[in-house]
Design a protein around this ligand. Structure first.
Ligand SMILES: Nc1ncnc2c1ncn2[C@@H]1O[C@H](COP(=O)(O)OP(=O)(O)OP(=O)(O)O)[C@@H](O)[C@H]1O
Ligand SMILES: [Mg+2]
Length: 261
């Protein structure tokens, strides 16, 4: 169980990025965080994985306070951040630093096969497409078998087809070990395809505005009326969170567009 308890973060210089954010995530749950630009989503993920410390409040994993990078918490960023001087397999093994060489190689091989990159093990990062590089980053995060996987807009730099492909793939990977997933996204479709629950944040300072449970059966049909209904709910919550009058999202939703704002 991951508990974000009344977490605030003020950066040196005075930016009040987060104000008393509390989110409880059950083991194996998938929670998506959406909200306007600058409302503190990336800050929140950095606090959860221990790359930064809250100014107040705390993050607990199974009752223990997270005080720094934690082997049970993995993170994938918007850009893959692969090390260019290591092969793809080397990058995945990197997460297992300190383990025997044979074990590292074996586990990296298995994980690369799981993300469909078995044939790219000895390639260099620059030889990968955007989608392949992001899959390698996901393999690197999963190779340690984290209990919690944080994803900060992991597919937003990819084209629409690759994005949908990787969303489905992520669900398959999740089904393997069912880690807790905390996913930041700007793509409402992505949030609804993946999440059990969507946390809508509002800005200045970043706070939780609303939580919306998505109880659609999986796999979720992006074309269904229930999907559209959920999408309208989330978009309305986002409009309210930005204190913006509702706009007619219906036509766009019917066109099946992935909506960004
Ligand atoms: N290292 C930092 N030092 C000072 N201010 C920061 C720092 N990182 C972020 N901020 C500020 O904190 C606020 C929240 O930023 P954050 O990156 O967490 O937002 P976000 O919700 O992830 O935005 P986006 O959707 O654009 O990625 C912003 O006002 C940002 O300018
Ligand atoms: Mg961000």
């Amino acid at each position: 169980m991951l508990a974000i308890e009344s977490v605030s973060r003020t950066y040196p210089g005075g930016v009040h990025a987060l104000e008393r954010v509390s989110i409880a995530v059950a083991a194996g749950e998938i929670v998506a965080v959406v909200g306007g630009s600058g409302c503190g989503k990336s800050t929140l993920l950095r606090l959860v994985c221990g790359l930064d410390r809250p100014s107040a409040g705390r993050v607990l994993l199974d009752g223990g306070v997270v005080t720094g990078p934690h082997e049970k918490i993995g993170i994938v960023f918007q850009e893959p951040r692969l090390l260019p001087w290591l092969t793809v397999a080397g990058n995945v093994e990197f997460g297992l630093d300190g383990r025997p060489r044979a074990e590292r190689a074996g586990r990296a091989k298995v994980q690369l096969a799981r993300v469909g990159l078995a044939d790219k093990a000895s390639a260099w990062p620059r030889q990968l497409s955007g989608g392949q590089a992001q899959r390698a980053a996901i393999a690197r995060a999963l190779v340690t078998r984290p209990q919690v996987l944080l994803l900060d807009e992991p597919f937003s730099a990819l084209d629409a087809f690759t994005r949908i492909d990787l969303q489905d793939h992520l669900l398959d990977l999740w089904a393997d070990l069912t880690p807790t997933l905390l996913l930041v996204t700007h793509d409402v479709d992505e949030a609804i395809v993946l999440a059990d629950r969507i946390v809508v944040m509002k800005p200045r300072p970043g706070r939780v505005h609303e939580e919306i449970a998505i109880d659609l059966p999986r796999p979720r049909d992006r074309q269904s009326a229930a999907f559209d209904f959920a999408k309208r709910r989330v978009l309305c919550a986002l409009d309210r969170s930005l204190a913006r009058p509702g706009v007619d999202r219906e036509a766009a939703a019917e066109a099946g567009a992935a909506l960004w704002w």
